[in-house]
Design a protein around this ligand. Structure first.
Ligand code: NA7
Length: 854
C-alpha cells in the first residue's frame, strides 16, 4: 500500500451537481472526506460545455435541486430551458450558499485508485502527487464528461483553430468573418450551429447521421408545471421521483397504431407546441417498443423538417430514417433547421462524401477539398463509462475496472460492482442516468449512498460489495428491459456505438426512474438484498435477485393491482365469463391472417362452434386443433384470438380453435371427450377445410393445454387419428395440485392458487382428477405420444406440473422441446402485441409447430 498522506472516510471525484450534493450530505452526517475536481470551479457538465447555445433539454421547473427547499425562493430561473451560463451560475450560487467551495480541491485529477484487501481501504493517487486512503470511494464523474477521442484521419494536421464543444474556451470564440466547419450533428452540434452561423462568413456542417430535433420554444417556465409546484412542491417532487423519466408526466395509454395518422399528428402537434422533449416521446404508449408505432412519430418529425427547410434535397438529408425517434437522444433546438435556409450555410452528407482527411488548411471529403479557418468537433463523448474506466480503478486481486468491463459494464443497480468493495458510481451504467432527469437520479443516488454509509457505520460494517448472483441478475434484468424496446437497433452512444471498439450493450437502465427507485428501496428493505456487508467480526448477506419478472409483465401486474379487481373465484361462473369477455375486448387483436371463418363441428354430445384461421399463403396447410384457456369454465373458440392469429401467421398452419363444453354445466370428462371428437372430425374433414389430413397437431393453453394433452393420449389409445405433434402452453397436467409452484407462485401472478382450485372444483371431483383424462401426468404410460413442444413459465402456479409432464414425456422416450420462459407468468405469452417479452417464445412455439410437419 502506498504511503498515505491522509486518511478519510470518503473520497469523492467530481464537483458537478452530484459531487456538490454529496459533499453537503457527508458534512451533515459527519463523515470525513475529500472532494477532488479536475476543473477550477463547480458545475461539472455545465462547467465544461460552454459552447454557444448550450442549454439543458429538461425544463428548469424540473432540472434543479430539491434537497434545499430554500433554493426555490432564493433562485429564480429566467427561462424554461436554462442556458449553460445560468446553470453554472446556479451551481456557483448553491456552492457559495452552502460553503461548498471550502470543501472542494480544484485542479486536482485522480490518477488511479487501488483497493487494499488487508486494510479494507482505497488508496487514491492524485495529480498533485498526494495519496489519500479512504474507506469509501465515490465516482461523481458525470455521464458525458470525457469527449470522444478524434477518430477522423488527419485531425492533428490542421493548423487553424480547433474547438471541441465539450471543452469550449472559457473566454468564448468569435467566428465573425471566418470559414467554419462543424463536424457532428448531435445535441451539441444542433445547439451550437445556429449561433456559429450568425457570425461565420461560411459554415459547412458535416453530418454523418441526421437527428430528430424539436424547437425548444424557449420562454417562461411552463405555466402548468409552475402552478403544480406552487400548489404542492413536495407532491410534485414525489411524483417526479416515481415517474418514468424523473419528470411528472401522465403516462400515455394510446397506441400510435390505434389512431389514424391525422389523429396521431394532431396529438403530436399538441406535444410539439409545448416545447418539452419528454412530452413528445410520451404521446404514445408504444413508440419506444414498436417500430411501426415509432414510425408515426418519426414521420411527424420529418414532416416538420420538410415544412422548414426550403431545399427539398437538404430537407431529406436532414431527415432521420435509419433510427427510430428517441433511440438516439432527440435534441431541442432554437432555429436549427432554419439555419439551412441561409445562403452561407452548407450541409455535407458524409455518407455520400466521407471525410478523406483533415488537412493543414481544411478538409478533404468526397471529391472536394475545402479550406477553413476553424473546425468545431461536436463529435460526442465516451459516455457513461469513459470517466470511470479512465480513472484507473484496481479492485480485489489486482483486477481493473477497465478489464472487468471489457465486454460491457457490470454493475449491481448501476451503483456498485463485484470485486470493487466500497466503490460507488453516481448515475453509473445500469441506472436510469442519461435516460432521466439527471437531477432526480443524482439526488436518489446520493441519498442511497449516504444512507448506506450511515447504516454501515451504525452497524459496524467495514465493507459492502454486491454478490455475483445479484450483479448477474441485474445485468439480465437490464437486458430484459432493453430487449423489449427498439433502442438497440440504433447506433447511439446509449449503446456505446459512437466509440470505436466500445462494447455494444445498452448502458443506461431503460426500465424507468420510478421502477428503478423502487428496486433500490426494495434492496435496502430486504436487508441489502444482493450485497455482502462485512467487518472483521461479522457478515450480513441476504443473497438474491431484486427483479426477476419480465419488466413488461411487471408493469401489467402493477397496473392490474391498481384496478382493485374482484378475484374471479369470488364470482359465479356466469359473472366470471362476462368478466373474461369484457377484459378480452380491450386487448390488441393480433396480426392479420389470410382468412377467419366460423363454423360448427360435431362434439361428443352435440355441436361445437369452431373458428378457423387460415394463413395468407396458398394451401393446403397443416392443421393445429387448438383448445383455449379458461379453466374449463370460461373462454370460447374466439377467446384466444390474438394467440391463434399469431400462431397461424407465424407457423403457416391452419388453426381450428374449438369451443369445447364448459364446466360446471358440462363437467369432466366433457372437455376431454369434445377435444377428441373435434380432432376426429378435423381429421376426417381436413381436405374440405383446406388442410392436410396426415399433418395434424393439437395445441392448447392452460386448461386448453390439458385438453390438448388428453386428446393426444386419447388418439394414441383409441387407434388414431395419428397426430404429428402437441404444442402445450402452460398446461394443467395434474389435479393433485401438490407441486411447489402452486404455493410459490400462488398469489401475485393473475392465475392464483385459489382460482386454480375454483377451476378444478367446477370441473372434476377429487376422485375424477385421478383419471389421466383429467390429469394427463398420471397416465400409466406416456410412451408413443407425438413430438411435444411444452412451454412453462417461471411465475406460473402450473409451472412444476408442466415441468413434470415434460420430464415424464422425455423419460417415456417422447421427443420433447421444453421451454422454461424466464420471468413469465401464466398469461403473459398469450398477450400478443401487448407484452414484447412474450414474442420470442411465440416465435419458438410457431417454429416448433411448423417443425412437427417437416
Ligand atoms: P452526440 O449526440 O454523440 O453527437 C455526436 C455527433 O458527432 C453525431 O452526429 C455523430 O454522428 C457525430 N460524429 C461522431 N464521430 C464522428 C466522426 N468520426 N465523423 C463524423 N461525425 C461524427 O454528442 P453531443 O455532444 O452532440 O451530445 C451528447 C449529449 O449531450 C446529448 O445527447 C444530450 O444528452 C446532451 P453519429 O450519430 O455517430 O453518426
Amino acid at each position: 500500500m502506498a504511503q498515505s498522506d491522509v486518511d478519510v472516510d470518503v473520497v469523492v471525484v467530481g464537483a458537478g451537481f452530484a459531487g456538490m450534493y454529496l459533499l453537503h450530505e457527508l458534512r451533515k452526517t459527519g463523515f470525513s472526506h475529500r472532494v477532488l475536481e479536475a476543473g477550477d470551479d463547480v458545475g461539472g457538465t455545465w462547467y465544461w460545455n460552454r459552447y454557444p447555445g448550450a442549454r439543458c433539454d429538461i425544463a428548469t421547473t424540473d432540472y434543479q435541486y430539491s434537497w434545499d427547499p430554500e433554493l426555490h425562493e432564493q433562485w429564480q430561473w429566467s427561462e424554461k430551458h436554462a442556458a449553460q451560463p445560468e446553470i453554472l451560475r446556479y451551481a456557483q450560487f448553491v456552492a457559495k450558499k452552502h460553503d461548498l467551495y471550502s470543501g472542494i480541491e480544484f485542479n486536482t485529477r485522480v490518477d488511479g485508485a487501488q483497493w487494499n484487501e488487508v486494510a479494507k481501504r482505497w488508496s487514491i493517487h492524485t495529480s498533485t502527487g498526494e495519496t489519500i486512503t479512504c474507506q469509501h470511494y465515490v465516482m461523481a464523474t458525470g455521464c458525458l464528461s470525457v469527449p470522444k477521442e478524434p477518430d477522423i484521419a488527419g485531425t492533428e494536421k490542421f493548423t487553424g483553430n480547433v474547438y471541441v464543444t465539450g471543452r469550449w474556451p472559457h473566454e468564448g470564440v468569435d467566428f465573425t468573418g471566418k470559414r467554419v466547419a462543424v463536424i457532428g450533428t448531435g445535441s451539441s452540434g444542433i445547439q451550437s450551429i445556429p449561433h456559429i452561423a450568425e457570425q461565420a462568413k461560411e459554415l459547412v456542417i458535416f453530418q454523418r447521421t441526421p437527428n430528430f430535433s424539436m424547437p425548444a420554444f424557449n420562454g417562461p417556465a411552463p405555466q402548468d408545471r409552475v402552478e403544480r409546484l406552487a400548489a404542492d412542491r413536495v407532491a410534485y417532487q414525489h411524483e417526479a421521483r416515481y415517474s418514468g423519466t424523473g419528470v411528472p408526466l401522465e403516462d400515455s395509454t394510446v397506441s400510435a397504431l390505434s389512431v389514424t395518422q391525422e389523429e396521431a399528428f394532431a396529438m403530436l402537434e399538441k406535444a410539439w407546441q409545448k416545447g418539452e422533449l419528454l412530452s413528445l416521446g410520451n404521446t404514445f404508449m408504444d413508440s419506444a417498443i414498436n417500430r411501426k408505432a415509432n414510425d408515426v412519430v418519426a414521420e411527424f418529425m420529418r414532416m416538420k423538417v420538410r415544412s422548414v427547410v426550403k431545399d427539398p434535397e437538404v430537407a431529406e438529408l436532414l431527415s432521420p430514417y435509419k433510427h427510430g425517434y428517441g433511440t438516439k437522444r432527440p435534441c431541442m433546438d432554437t432555429g436549427y433547421f432554419e439555419t439551412f435556409n441561409k445562403s452561407h450555410v452548407r450541409l455535407v452528407d458524409l455518407n455520400a462524401s466521407p471525410i478523406r482527411s483533415i488537412t493543414e488548411t481544411g478538409i478533404d471529403f468526397g471529391k472536394e477539398s475545402m479550406e477553413f479557418d476553424a473546425i468545431v468537433y461536436a463529435t460526442g463523448f465516451d459516455a457513461m463509462t469513459g470517466a470511470i474506466v479512465n480513472a484507473n480503478i484496481t479492485g480485489k486481486n489486482g483486477v481493473t475496472l477497465k478489464n472487468k468491463w471489457e465486454h460491457g459494464p457490470l454493475t449491481y443497480l448501476g451503483l456498485t460492482s463485484v470485486g470493487f468493495p466500497n466503490l460507488y458510481m453516481i448515475t453509473g451504467p445500469g441506472s436510469p442516468s442519461v435516460l432521466s432527469n439527471m437531477m432526480v437520479s443524482i439526488e436518489q443516488h446520493v441519498d442511497w449512498i449516504r444512507d448506506t454509509l450511515v447504516y454501515m457505520r451504525e452497524q459496524g460494517f467495514e465493507t459492502i460489495e454486491p454478490t455475483p448472483l445479484a450483479e448477474e441478475g441485474w445485468r439480465v434484468h437490464c437486458t430484459d428491459c432493453a430487449d423489449i424496446t427498439i433502442f438497440q437497433e440504433a447506433n447511439s452512444w446509449y449503446m456505446g456505438a459512437n466509440v470505436p471498439g466500445k462494447p455494444r450493450v445498452m448502458f443506461p437502465y431503460i426500465g424507468g426512474v420510478g421502477r428503478y427507485r423502487m428496486a433500490c428501496e426494495e434492496v435496502v428493505n430486504k436487508g441489502f438484498l444482493g450485497f455482502e456487508l462485512a467487518s472483521s467480526t461479522k457478515k450480513q448477506c441476504n443473497d438474491g435477485l431484486v427483479r426477476e419478472v419480465q419488466p413488461d409483465v411487471d408493469m401489467v401486474l402493477d397496473f392490474i393491482s391498481t384496478l382493485n379487481l374482484p378475484a374471479m373465484e369470488t364470482m359465479t361462473p356466469t359473472e366470471a365469463r362476462a368478466f373474461s369477455e369484457a377484459s378480452s375486448a380491450m386487448r390488441p387483436s393480433g396480426p392479420e391472417v389470410g382468412e377467419i371463418s366460423d363454423g360448427v363441428l360435431p362434439g361428443a354430445d352435440g355441436e361445437l362452434q369452431y373458428r378457423l384461421y387460415r394463413p395468407a399463403t396458398p394451401g393446403p396447410h397443416p392443421i393445429a386443433v387448438y383448445f383455449h384457456g379458461g379453466g374449463w369454465v370460461f373462454g370460447s373458440h374466439t377467446s384466444d384470438d390474438p394467440l391463434c392469429r399469431d400462431l397461424c401467421a407465424q407457423s403457416n398452419t391452419l388453426i381450428v380453435s374449438v369451443n369445447y363444453r364448459h364446466a360446471p354445466e358440462a363437467p369432466f370428462p366433457a372437455a376431454a371427450e369434445d377435444g377428441f371428437a373435434a380432432l376426429k372430425w378435423v381429421h376426417a374433414n381436413a381436405g374440405a377445410l383446406g388442410g392436410i389430413a396426415d399433418h395434424i397437431a393439437v395445441a392448447g393453453w392452460s386448461a386448453g393445454g390439458n385438453v390438448a394433452a388428453v386428446t393426444a393420449q386419447m388418439s394414441r389409445d383409441n387407434g388414431g387419428p395419428q397426430i404429428s405433434g402437441q404444442l402445450l402452453l402452460c398446461p394443467v397436467t395434474d389435479g393433485s395440485q401438490q407441486h411447489a409452484s402452486h404455493k410459490e407462485n400462488g398469489e401475485r401472478f393473475i392465475l392464483t392458487k385459489s382460482l386454480m382450485e375454483w377451476f378444478w372444483n367446477h370441473y372434476a371431483t377429487p376422485e375424477q382428477r385421478k383419471s389421466p383424462q383429467a390429469s394427463p401426468l398420471l397416465a400409466a404410460s406416456l410412451a408413443g405420444l407425438p413430438p411435444t413442444m411444452l412451454v412453462t413459465c417461471q411465475f406460473d402456479p402450473l409451472r412444476d406440473e408442466g415441468n413434470a409432464y415434460a420430464r415424464a414425456l422425455m423419460q417415456a422416450g417422447v421427443k420433447v422441446e421444453h421451454v422454461e420462459a424466464r420471468g413469465h407468468i401464466h398469461t403473459s405469452i398469450t398477450m400478443v402485441d401487448m407484452l414484447p417479452s412474450g414474442a420470442p417464445h411465440r416465435r419458438e412455439m410457431a417454429r416448433a409447430l411448423r417443425g412437427f410437419f417437416s
